[in-house]
Design a protein. Structure first.
Length: 239
């Protein structure tokens, strides 16, 4: 009996009757969904970056406030402008007196032919801050004819009134006197009003130590906003 060799399967190596599972491919590409958390992370990164920029801006402004507080730009000018402070029935408060004593020093150096005293009064007061300041200066040798008084319930208002008086006389260069922490803001306000302004803060200020630091922090906040929106606009918003 001869051996029988099965015929080869021409099209497949799988014997007949064997079931073959077919793989069905979906032609549509599968796209993985973007997690919602990714969007929140991006928003947090943007918010964190903006926060860091704001903090850096405030810290830089605080440093400029502090640096200006320790700067004396005394030089020949058209007028010395002293910012007002509290007065008690015509007698300057110790804070205002310290500013005025510094004005006397500057006057004695011959730095300006004119002094502008500023500041209004409160209801019931007999004297304005400007008037009390003028009387104080006259008692210390500044001639009455060299003193001009202007009002103003805020530093901005006082500087605006001073600007108007000086421009009528064709004057523009001013030396500003106030407490050290106040120096940068009044210089920027004066520049916004069109004056050429320098600062010479009093070195006998009663505001020192931690009190001076917190005043500088407050000033930095006001200056930071005022430099963006303008100090006139800031005054309108804050009253």
């Amino acid at each position: 009996m001869s051996d029988v060799v099965p015929a080869a399967y021409p099209d497949s190596s799988t014997p007949p009757g064997t079931e073959v599972d077919e793989v069905v491919r979906d032609p549509t590409p599968v796209v993985a969904p973007v997690p919602r958390r990714r969007g929140w992370r991006r928003a947090r990164r943007i918010a964190a970056g903006a926060f860091c920029l704001v903090v850096a801006y405030l810290l830089a402004t605080l440093w400029i406030v502090h640096s200006t507080a320790n700067t004396d730009q005394a030089r020949p000018v058209d007028a010395i402008v002293v910012l007002g402070a509290a007065q008690y029935d015509g007698r300057p408060s110790p804070q205002l007196a310290a500013r005025l004593d510094h004005v006397v020093e500057l006057w004695d150096q011959g730095l300006a032919p004119l002094v502008v005293t500023t500041g209004g009064n409160r209801p019931g007061d007999r004297f304005t801050e400007a008037e009390a300041s003028a009387n104080y200066l006259q008692a210390r040798g500044v001639p009455a004819e060299a003193i001009v008084q202007v009002g103003g319930s805020t530093s901005y208002d006082s500087l605006r009134e001073a600007r108007d008086v000086l421009q009528e006389r064709g004057l523009q260069r001013v030396l500003l006197v106030s407490d050290p922490y106040h120096a940068l803001r009044i210089r920027l306000v004066s520049q916004e009003l069109g004056l050429t302004a320098y600062v010479s803060p009093t070195r006998a200020s009663l505001v020192t130590g931690s009190a001076a630091f917190w005043h500088e922090v407050k000033e930095a906040g006001g200056v930071a906003v005022g430099r963006i929106i303008g100090f006139d606009r800031l005054l309108q918003l804050t009253g």
